[in-house]
Design a protein around this ligand. Sequence first.
Ligand SMILES: [Zn+2]
Length: 272
Amino acid sequence: MTPATFIPLWSSLGLRRRRWSVAAWLAVPLGILLLAVAIKLPLALHSSGVLDRVPVARASSGVDGLAGAPDPVTEPAASASFVSQRLDAYWRSAFAAMGRAYVSPGLRLFDEGISIPCFPLMAFEDGAPFYCFLDDTIYLPVPYISDLARATGAGGRMIVGYVLAHEYAHHLQHLTGLGATVEQQRPPQGAPMRRARVHYELQADCLAGMWASSVFPPGALDRSTMGRAEDTAALIRDPRGTSSDSHGSLVQRQSAFWSGYTSSRASTCESW
Ligand SMILES: [Zn+2]
């Protein structure tokens, strides 16, 4: 082997080493970044101490916080407005106690397909209620309310409260920044984003349960009855259960609501 062939060989190896070295320098921080993103995204709905500061407001025994609410079967729009006013007063008071500014969400009741900013290219039909953060508005199809109340029978008022409380929880997530990860996501969505979306929805169910404890005292709701009503709310416009991909399974949703209801503490909803 002559020096002429020896030297280029070492040069080549050196170049490869430098390439590997540069790749390693790039790969390590990139790997850490990807790991942080994978771990961080679902956790963005947690912490920040926001939920720790939501005051506990458990209803006293014998109280019916939705007494006087119109019948959701015969007066679905009036019933939804009534419950919405109660929810708005609850969160306004909670935000004041937390020392935070509160702005009421919009509430749009409608009968037929409408256009909303979150779905600009399609008509939003008579499906399940939806909260659009772009205009901070809850979109609530009136036929959904009456059909749901009819399907759940005597528990109609309670289930209207659950449905609206879930959407109000998204409003809370929007105002406090807890929903930022989901609100800012853009397609394509990988597994971390899908997990973040499910956390976002289960947290809303848990917060709906926490609010329910402020209007229905401990023992006023029966877990199995409430669970069936929740399942009906999820499936009445989605009989194949496709929403479980984004909202969690029916069992998870029931558990999230129940943990909020039985604890009366928003901090319980950190873990969902
Ligand atoms: Zn939701």
